[in-house]
Design a protein around this ligand. Structure first.
Ligand SMILES: Cc1ncc(COP(=O)(O)O)c(C=O)c1O
Length: 445
């Protein structure tokens, strides 16, 4: 045991922590702990290296333990630990917002801070409703999401999201919500490289919802440019363009949830830029601070800010906000992270690695039970045939085998999702994909 691992605290009781989105009983019987992180890797309490194939949870795009970010947080903590942003301000929050606005798509230059992706999703939906109300279109109360969409776990994001198991424990949810069909067409698009060819016409389902409900009742449509949490669903060519055109035709706001697609993941600052479609509102979190301190944000078009803020009679304009909106430590981490992104051109690095990544991920085609492979930017999704009567079991076993062999992957259902830090190098791509291939072979039976 070296000096660093000796200093790592070891829990003597796993009972108290009710773990989120976890099989608590299994975990507590078979704990897998991560205790330290640096660069491309985690380390277990006993010092075993785990190569990070998932950037934590789609978060640490610049790699782990970046000194510049750590030092910015330490400096800020020493200068001012906290200051409110309700009717007061502090310089770091304003600076962080200005830095975010430098890289958001053109026109989305007003930034509201939150603490997570879930809060960003709910904030975006509330801003959309407030915008229409401010313009005298208070009848626009309907929110449209998409099947298999994930927008976090607040009541707004959960309702607009399209994942059955995430909703069914929690009662009636929000009223006036409807959903577009998802864009996953394995019969026509299996093993597509990058954006699939087929399915742009699925956007026309929005016209059907307009016909059903009336445009004058619809406030916004929220989608992920690439759906990550439900297994890497890449938008068919032309789909988002078509969605944008229909929204424009009917005065509906288009919200992109870029919580995982932002900050270089798709080889550009945001998915909007990579895909050439600009939303009206864009949510972000995770990579904003490299996850070193929790922070999210919502960027909106100037016209939306103007309608809500300048349209108000005076006093508070938007009755919404969090104690920690623009928290000094998070804002300092965001500024340092954005500086790293610029200096190291992380989006450009991801774009340059993309062809190699794509080749590597698609090399798993032909392994037992691999029924589809999808990729875009530095994301990969490998879909496995489920074990009869035990959905998710095969991929979960693959995850455990990979972990025990020193590689972190993520599973959702029977899909293995990969999203390494954007600093990943070729030999690390080979190790991630090679280890995954061996685990898939081992689970062939
Ligand atoms: C697209 C999207 N939106 C929202 C969220 C929720 O973010 P958080 O867990 O930070 O609340 C996630 C999390 O993975 C996400 O992928």
């Amino acid at each position: 045991m070296n000096e660093i691992t000796a200093a790592i605290p070891r829990p003597n009781n796993l009972d108290a922590f009710w773990m989120p989105f976890s099989d608590n009983r299994y975990f507590k019987a078979h704990p897998r702990l991560l205790a330290r992180a640096e660069g491309m890797s985690y380390y277990t309490p006993d010092g075993r290296e785990i190569l990070d194939g998932t950037a934590g949870l789609w978060c640490c795009n610049a790699g782990h333990g970046r000194r510049e970010i750590t030092e910015a947080i330490q400096r800020q903590a020493a200068v001012m630990d906290f200051a409110p942003t309700f009717q007061l301000g502090h310089p770091v929050a304003f600076e962080a917002a200005a830095r975010v606005a430098e890289i958001t798509p053109p026109g989305l230059d007003r930034v509201f801070f939150t603490n997570s992706g879930s809060e960003s999703a709910d904030t975006a939906l509330k801003i959309a409703l407030a915008y229409h109300k401010a313009r005298g279109e208070g009848s626009r109360v309907r929110l449209i999401g998409r099947e298999r969409g994930y927008h976090g776990v607040g009541f707004g994001g959960m309702s607009v999201g399209g994942i059955g198991p995430n909703r069914k424990q929690f009662g009636a949810l929000l009223p006036y919500v409807d959903h577009l069909p998802h864009t996953h067409l394995p019969q026509r698009n299996a093993f597509s490289r990058g954006q699939p060819e087929h399915g742009a016409e699925l956007a026309d389902a929005l016209e059907a919802l307009v016909a059903l409900h009336g445009a004058e009742t619809i406030a916004a449509v929220m989608v992920e440019p690439v759906a990550g949490s439900t297994g890497v669903l890449v938008p068919p060519r032309g789909y988002l363009e078509r969605l944008r055109a229909i929204c424009d035709r009917h005065g509906i706001l288009l919200i992109f949830d870029e919580v995982i697609t932002g900050f270089g993941r798709l080889g550009a600052n945001f998915g909007a830029e990579r895909l050439g479609v600009t939303p009206d509102i864009l949510t972000m979190a995770k990579g904003l601070t490299n996850a070193a301190v929790p922070m999210g944000a919502v960027a909106v078009k100037g016209a939306i800010y103007d309608a809500v803020v300048n349209g108000a009679p005076g006093g508070i304009e938007l009755f919404h906000g969090y104690t920690y909106s623009g928290h000094p430590l998070a804002a300092a981490a965001a500024i340092a992270t954005l500086e790293l992104h610029r200096r190291e051109d992380l989006p450009g690095r991801a774009r340059a690695m993309e062809p190699y990544w794509q080749e590597a991920v698609h090399s798993l085609k032909g392994l037992p039970n691999v029924v589809d492979i999808r990729d875009f930017g530095l994301i990969g999704g490998i879909e496995l045939a489920p074990r009869p009567g035990r959905p998710g079991a095969r991929a979960t076993e693959v995850f455990r085998r990979c972990f025990d062999a020193g590689v972190l992957v993520r599973v959702t259902g029977d899909i293995v999702a990969l999203s390494p830090p954007l600093i990943v190098e070729r030999h690390q791509v080979d190790r991630i994909v090679g280890t995954l291939g061996e685990a898939i072979r081992a689970e062939a039976a």
